[in-house]
Design a protein around this ligand. Structure first.
Ligand code: PLP
Length: 383
């Protein structure tokens, strides 16, 4: 499929990962369920061997994701987004130092905090919107971890500036690209060594799969990460991987629609009297807008955070009053989800008690808006 290399991403999601064209070949990829493979001669790395090491259904998905992220190498599918985070953290030597954003995916924060508490590494937290401070903290560190937009504050890191410097100075840098998807930004091309995804979110896209992936363009690093996957055992289920590729087929459509709806809703919420602050990088007045406009293409994502002019109970009440929006954690599915973030006890105090995180799905924008306005009418202004 060499000729497909130059295809646009919205074609790659459809055309990639299909059986080789031959008469009577199936058009769609197979779900290969096996724990082992036939073999007689001495085992080599090229052999499939055993299904903790290799699976044809992984290959179909991994080739597509690698190409979407602009790598010549296939991605590595793993059991979950957190398994991808753990695989990258395994690269940090004993006693090493990791630089993390103050606001980042909660599971990633807990994972590094647990490792620090056990004495395996130390953690420095930075405001990733402050490029100078981030680079200063990253000098001499063993890993710089980046998210942009961040969870749940939707802050934008200056990825081109940060990654150009970390590449030049040889600072190992990984970007969690879950919120943006490879359609909006491709950090490897900017200089990141590693990209990870919670495939659970936009890539699979239907809230029915837990899966993760690691992507790199560095062949040695890929061998190391692949070895980690085989030996630590957090391998992808073939069925989950098959479902994820099925979800990827509509990624471009889902991202386009949900991003458009998110931009429209963010603008309307920003003008709503019960909403004290909207965080969405697509809004011209958002502090991250200029950067996002320069480094993201085609949209600003489909996650919005809003602070309400009320307390925790009032915000909780709004969530309860919604009908179409589903109250649930997670994001990136076709159905719109909403949650008060401080219901998670490990969410930092810098996240307001009234902050609601919205994951905008692909429903009709007016139906989503009507549900939001009726629920927001329960807020007693100024309470
Ligand atoms: C959900 C999520 C993860 C963790 O992924 P799982 O698939 O739930 O293990 C990591 N990073 C981000 C940004 C996420 O949203």
């Amino acid at each position: 499929m060499a000729e497909t290399h130059d295809l646009h991403p919205d074609t790659v999601v459809v055309a990639g990962g299909r059986p080789a064209p031959a008469h009577d070949a199936p058009v769609s990829p197979s779900l290969v369920l096996t724990s082992t493979y036939r073999g007689i001669s001495d085992m080599t790395d090229a052999d499939r061997g055993y299904a903790r090491m290799s699976n044809p259904t992984w290959d179909d998905f991994e080739g597509v994701l690698g190409r979407l992220e602009g790598s010549d190498l296939p991605a590595l599918a793993v059991a979950s987004g957190l398994a991808a985070v753990a695989a990258v953290m395994s690269l940090v030597p004993a006693g090493g130092r990791v630089v993390m954003p103050t606001h980042a995916y909660q599971g990633s924060q807990v994972l590094v905090d647990d490792a620090a508490a056990a004495g395996h590494l130390t953690v420095t937290r930075v405001d990733v919107t402050d490029t100078q401070a981030t680079l200063e903290a990253a000098r001499g560190a063993d890993l710089l971890w980046l998210e942009s937009p961040t969870n749940p504050m939707l802050e934008i890191a200056d990825l081109p500036a940060l990654l150009a410097t970390t590449r030049r100075e040889g600072i190992l840098t990984a970007v969690d690209n879950t919120f943006a998807t490879p359609l909006l930004q491709q950090p490897l091309g900017l200089g990141a060594e590693i990209v990870i995804h919670s495939v659970t979110k936009y890539l699979a896209g239907h809230s029915d799969v837990v899966l993760g992936a690691v992507v790199t363009s560095n062949p040695e690093l890929r061998v190391t990460l692949q070895h980690h996957r085989s030996i630590h055992g957090a391998v992808a289920g073939p069925f989950e991987t098959w479902l994820a590729l099925r979800g990827v087929r509509t990624l471009a459509l889902r991202v386009e629609r949900s991003n458009q709806t998110a931009l429209e809703l963010a603008g309307r919420l920003d003008r709503h009297p019960a909403v004290s602050r909207v965080r969405y990088p697509g809004l011209p007045q958002d502090p991250g807008h200029e950067r996002a406009a320069a480094q993201m293409r085609g949209g600003y994502g489909a996650v919005i955070s809003m602070e309400l002019d009320t307390d925790a109970a009032g915000a909780q009440h709004v969530v309860e009053a919604l009908g179409l929006w589903t109250p649930a954690t997670s994001l990136g599915g076709v159905e719109s989800l909403i949650e008060r973030r401080r219901r998670h006890h490990d969410e930092p105090d810098s996240v307001a008690e009234s902050l609601l995180r919205l994951s905008v799905g692909i429903e009709n924008v007016e139906d989503l808006w009507a549900d939001l306005t009726q629920a927001l009418s329960t807020v007693k202004l100024g309470s």
